[in-house]
Design a protein around this ligand. Structure first.
Ligand SMILES: CC/C=C\C/C=C\C/C=C\C/C=C/C(=O)SCCNC(=O)CCNC(=O)[C@H](O)C(C)(C)COP(=O)(O)OP(=O)(O)OC[C@H]1O[C@@H](n2cnc3c(N)ncnc32)[C@H](O)[C@@H]1OP(=O)(O)O
Ligand SMILES: Cc1cc2nc3c(=O)[nH]c(=O)nc-3n(C[C@H](O)[C@H](O)[C@H](O)COP(=O)(O)OP(=O)(O)OC[C@H]3O[C@@H](n4cnc5c(N)ncnc54)[C@H](O)[C@@H]3O)c2cc1C
Length: 664
């Protein structure tokens, strides 16, 4: 029945103030108001309809994406939306588009790596969308190994220009979003060559297409790289291929904040680390962590609401069957994901702060926290995207058969999300960067240099190598210090074990290769510690609202104890806890699940997602699942006719043939 809230009894069970939790989730009252207003704006505008996109062919889908992007831009201008509101609007449209890369990477690359004059020239054009840009770094032959890129930018002192060239097939740019069909410009990464000397990879602004007829400029071959995983998913994006044949650009289009080439062709390096050329990646990795909490929370919201609606078995004397959310196995799979969504939200907030802090320091020429910022953004991007991709798939399974229908929203969410484990740095490659940082930190412990930031705990080396958990009963695992110490000791001991093993090889490089699987595990342990500790820090803040803090304390314990249970092998083998303490943690976890249960629906309502944004029949706010599933099925284009196209051509002759054979 329309208008009935089938989940009302669940909502009435909540033991906390949902509206206050919405503020905590959004980050502030102001952020909540912006997000809520823009989400409703998008949901109520039929131009942003998205329920038909999985049935569209690639060309229609792409045109539909362009239409939405143009309409969104029109609304942004008409409503005079500010930067944050515009960003929200684009994200609620929920359809990857060239504009993501224009605003998310092209503009930040110019801001971060351009000189003041370059910013003054290019940013106003980009802000008004008079040019559209992409970020073209990856090539057919190299993505992870940025130093292996082959595109060249050779300075010609005769004409004061760079000649951009793709010397081999493998040097073609391959993957950049927005490049394939739309971008007029790109920040192109190429090896800088002056006077025959290779200075490594630098960024250049290159015009790719005419601003009059959109045709590629002379010397440029450009197109889309083809269909990707899924149906709609990331196929709304024109990931592109680009080949340069001696394309000339003026010297002042090299992004010259980090290093310069003079009129005479002299290469000058500013007094800044060359890694700042990688700054845009650090920025984007940080945003990807917050986006992980959004993607995971959407999947969890769908699976939680549906688990409360769905009933299987357990009817006695005609009573209703059991809601599947009441099965302990369902809780043990679902509630850690719910807790992870909150955990990633808070670590994302913290990472944003860290990024702003490092940016301020860089402006003041303090580069000391750059390695920490790189390690944290790389490690947390990796940890949160891997957990989210796995989590979305788990949510699909939690919804049984109906989770496999596109109308559940989960297949689309999964297909669009999984490349996050690869783009902005393959997750394993990034964890190996974290491991390098950890090994460096451990190796410096004896030198008197105290570790700082997220590795500060390693400064208590002696204690962490010796400590034994003092947990005696299950409820001891609710004490934040007990949990923190166990995670710190496990992470530290795993790093120290790797560092010791590295010394057994003839060279550190050989050792790093041989031990890379162990190093990745040590990096994961360190990153999990960061997430747990930032959740605990969040709880030390003043959090208003009836019962809100208590719910977050429960979720924090669920997150930490779930990890402890999942990785208990690490905790046991490093001697941080005993087998008895491991089973007490599991006992406590079971009890926490029972505490989450009455609040589960309200905890996902706190994400404040509109039905439009969720895009899921199973996750509907009102829980009215079955009639809507039935309605959706009839909307499928296959059901446009009773007898399908192809029946008379292929099936009927077959039937007739069999009839004839039967008569023989
Ligand atoms: C708002 C956002 C909206 C929309 C965008 C979001 C999503 C849209 C969807 C998709 C867009 C996707 C875009 C892309 O994928 S762009 C391409 C991204 N490519 C990568 O991420 C490549 C991964 N590889 C690397 O980052 C590096 O090359 C690698 C980290 C693997 C380093 O390899 P290598 O060992 O060769 O490093 P070196 O260059 O020799 O440097 C060593 C030295 O430098 C330190 N380092 C490395 N990276 C950084 C950095 N980013 N910042 C600071 N420092 C860095 C490294 O730790 C070493 O230090 P040390 O040991 O002290 O020498
Ligand atoms: C949807 C999507 C959008 C993208 N958008 C852009 C964009 O806008 N601009 C852009 O420039 N690029 C973009 N990319 C490219 C992306 O950044 C790269 O694909 C990514 O950095 C991974 O690099 P790769 O493809 O070279 O993977 P590879 O490095 O070839 O990885 C292959 C395998 O090798 C392993 N491996 C590689 N190196 C090591 C090592 N040292 N040790 C151990 N294992 C290793 C990896 O773990 C992986 O399992 C996009 C990619 C995708 C999928």
């Amino acid at each position: 029945m329309e208008g009935v809230d089938y989940l009302a009894p669940e909502r009435n069970n909540a033991q906390f103030d949902v509206d206050e939790m919405k503020i905590v989730w959004a980050g502030s009252r102001e952020a909540f108001e912006v997000s809520d207003r823009i989400a409703r704006l998008v949901a109520s505008d039929p131009n942003f309809r998205k329920d038909d996109r999985t049935t569209l062919g690639r060309k229609e889908l792409f045109k539909n994406t362009l239409r939405k992007a143009a309409y969104a831009w029109k609304r942004i201008i008409e409503l005079r939306l500010n930067e944050e509101e515009a960003k929200r609007l684009r994200s609620f449209i929920d359809q990857p588009a060239f504009t993501d890369l224009h605003w998310g990477m092209f503009v930040p690359a110019i801001k971060g790596q351009g000189t003041d004059e370059q910013q003054e020239k290019w940013l106003p054009l980009a802000y008004k969308m008079q040019i559209i840009g992409c970020y073209a770094q990856t090539e057919l032959g190299h993505g992870s190994n940025v130093q292996g890129l082959e595109t060249t930018a050779t300075f010609d002192p005769q004409t004061d220009e760079f000649v951009i060239h793709s010397p081999t097939l493998t040097s073609c740019k391959w993957w950049p979003g927005g490049l394939g069909k739309i971008s007029t410009h790109g920040v192109i990464y190429a090896r800088l060559i002056t006077d025959g000397k290779d200075h490594g990879v630098h960024g250049f602004i290159v015009q790719l297409r005419s601003l009059d007829d959109h045709l590629p400029l002379p010397g440029i071959t450009v197109g889309d790289i083809g269909m990707k995983f899924g149906n709609a998913a990331y196929n709304t994006m024109d990931n592109g291929v680009l080949r340069f044949d001696h394309v000339r650009i003026p010297r002042n289009q090299m992004l010259m904040r980090v290093s310069q080439v003079t009129r005479e062709g002299k290469y000058v390096q500013s007094n800044v680390p060359r890694q700042l050329v990688y700054g845009t990646m650090v920025f984007v990795r940080q945003t990807i962590v917050s986006d992980a909490s959004t993607a995971l929370s959407r999947a969890v919201c769908i699976a939680t609401r549906y688990s409360a609606v769905r009933r299987q078995f357990g009817s006695h004397n005609g009573s209703p069957e059991t809601q599947v959310i009441n099965y302990k196995t369902q809780q043990a799979r679902l509630f850690p994901l719910l807790a992870s969504a909150y955990a990633f939200r808070f670590v994302g907030e913290w990472l944003k702060w860290l990024y702003m802090d490092v940016t301020k320091r860089l402006e003041a020429k303090d580069f000391s926290t750059l390695p920490e910022a790189h390690a944290c953004t790389a490690g947390l991007k990796s940890l949160t995207t891997s957990a989210t991709a796995d989590g979305i798939e788990e949510c699909r399974k939690l919804c049984g058969g109906h989770g496999y229908l596109c109308s559940s929203g989960l297949p689309e969410l999964f297909a669009v999300y999984v490349p996050a484990c690869t783009y902005e740095g393959d997750n394993i490659v990034l964890l190996l960067q974290v491991a390098r940082h950890l090994m460096k930190t451990v190796s410096q412990l004896g030198s008197g240099k105290m570790p700082v930031g997220t590795t500060a705990y390693m400064g208590r080396a002696e204690h962490l190598m010796q400590c034994r958990s003092d947990v005696k009963q299950a409820k001891d695992w609710l004490r934040p210090n007990v949990v923190l110490e166990a995670f710190e000791a496990r992470a530290f001991r795993m790093s120290v074990a790797c560092a010791k093993n590295l010394t057994k090889f003839s060279s550190p490089e050989e050792g790093f290769q041989e031990l890379s699987a162990d190093l990745v595990e040590a990096a994961v342990a360190h990153c999990q510690l960061i997430v747990v500790s930032k959740f605990i820090e969040k709880l030390q803040q003043d959090i208003p609202g009836k019962g809100v803090k208590q719910q977050l304390e429960i979720l924090c314990s669920v997150y930490a104890l779930f990890l402890l249970h999942k990785h208990h092998g690490d905790f046991l083998s490093t001697g941080c806890i005993t087998p008895t303490q491991a089973s007490l943690a599991n006992e406590q976890l079971r009890s926490l699940y029972s505490q989450v249960r009455p609040n589960a629906i309200a905890l996902v309502d706190a994400f404040n997602y509109t039905d439009h944004y969720l895009g899921s029949v199973l996750g509907r706010y009102d829980g009215n699942v079955y009639p809507k599933l039935y309605e959706e099925a009839w909307k499928d284009p296959l059901n446009d006719s009773v007898v399908p196209d192809g029946y008379h051509e292929y099936v009927r002759p077959m039937l007739k043939q069999q009839l004839r054979n039967a008569r023989l």
